[in-house]
Design a protein around this ligand. Structure first.
Ligand code: GLU
Length: 279
């Protein structure tokens, strides 16, 4: 029986670059070193930004690098029902409310609107729609106003005891989900959000060690709260430092020259690229 299950969960919104290879290799090594499982999950809930071309390239590029994965690839866009079911539980528990605010409404409050890992939860939501009356909510829904669904974090926190997780690089971390505010659990255009889908999937797929970049560390506070609310098992976490280029800048999808694809086309071997994808 597998003792350890890790995963790599890219979004097909661009070609994989060296930073992805670095992250994937961390999860892959962690699993393979102990005879565990390594899973591949495609995080494509943002249907408008994901492209089939990038989806196909993910498997090809990983295979070219020598990274193999166990079992079928899970594609989040094929599992909206799983996220709906989780959302229904939270709704029945009275922890969800509709939010009619536009991005502009919220962005007016704080400057760095696009700093969020998945671009959907920052700036910190000021709680505007939490206080709407049931009548007002019903009126706006009937009027056809579009809305997202948010988690009432203060209420959720009041119903859970102290929460923590084990972080391999940082030890025991006390969860402070209020630091992210009332996050979106279902977007206006998609029946889930990054936070909900990733938490549900890690549990459904039996992931026991989540390896991912430290840029997602803050999100784990919310994921830990969702695990408590949904009675899900709690994996261990390893939030690794991000691979940076020689000037100290992190790799990003816009660095076209450093996609695995372009490195391969430039004549680099998988061994060479693996050697580049280390710190
Ligand atoms: N889909 C996320 C990304 O590509 C990773 C999510 C995770 O590992 O939790 O940034």
């Amino acid at each position: 029986m597998a003792t350890l299950t890790t995963r790599f969960a890219p979004s097909p919104t661009g070609f994989l670059h060296l930073g992805h290879a670095y992250s994937a290799l961390i999860g892959w090594h962690a699993a393979r070193e102990v005879g565990g499982k390594f899973l591949l999950r495609i995080e494509d809930i943002d249907v408008g930004r994901c492209r089939e071309e990038f989806l196909e390239a993910i498997s090809e590029d990983l295979a070219w690098l020598g990274i193999d994965w166990d079992g079928p690839v899970r594609r989040q866009s094929e599992h909206f029902d799983d996220y709906r079911a989780a959302l229904a539980r939270l709704t029945d528990a009275g922890l969800i409310y509709p939010c009619f605010c536009t991005r502009r409404d919220i962005a007016a409050e704080v400057a760095h609107a696009d700093a969020a890992p998945q671009g959907e939860d920052r700036p910190l939501y000021p709680g505007t729609c939490r206080h709407l009356s049931e009548t007002e909510r019903a009126r706006r829904i009937a009027a056809g106003d579009s809305f997202a669904l948010r988690l009432d974090v203060a209420e959720a926190r009041a119903r859970t005891s102290a929460l923590s997780w084990q972080d391999e690089e940082r030890g025991t971390i006390a969860a402070a989900p209020e630091s992210l505010g009332d996050v979106v659990l279902a977007r206006k255009d998609v029946p889930t959000s990054y936070h909900l889908a990733v938490t549900v999937d890690d549990a459904l797929q039996g992931v026991t060690l989540v390896t991912r970049g430290v840029d997602l560390f803050a999100s784990t506070h919310i994921h830990r709260l969702l695990q408590a609310l949904l009675d899900l098992p709690v994996p261990r976490y390893r939030h690794h430092a991000l691979l940076t280029d020689p000037t100290g800048k992190r790799y990003a999808k816009r660095d076209k020259a450093l996609t695995l694809r372009s490195l391969r086309e430039a004549g680099h071997t998988p061994d060479e690229v693996r050697a580049m994808a280390v710190k």
